[in-house]
Design a protein around this ligand. Structure first.
Ligand SMILES: [Zn+2]
Length: 72
């Protein structure tokens, strides 16, 4: 089973701003916005935005099916 992406929290216990590791958008006001270059990547927790998460899951599923076929 693919593992669910869990939110990451900083040491103060608050949620860090989340950045999609694929399209580099950050979560802001319930939406995902493109950010300009020059932002410190380290201040974001990395994950997937819904669109990239879906794509990533499709890849994982396709890979899993290939494995299944290989073991038949
Ligand atoms: Zn994305």
């Amino acid at each position: 089973m693919p593992q669910a992406v869990t939110p990451v929290y900083d040491r103060k216990g608050g949620a860090m701003e989340k950045m999609c590791c694929v399209c580099q958008r950050i979560k802001r006001n319930n939406g995902w916005v493109k950010v300009g270059k020059g932002l410190a990547m380290s201040q974001f927790s990395h994950g997937y935005c819904p669109a990239c998460y879906r794509k990533a899951m499709q890849k994982v599923m396709a890979f899993g099916m290939q494995l299944q076929r290989a073991t038949d």
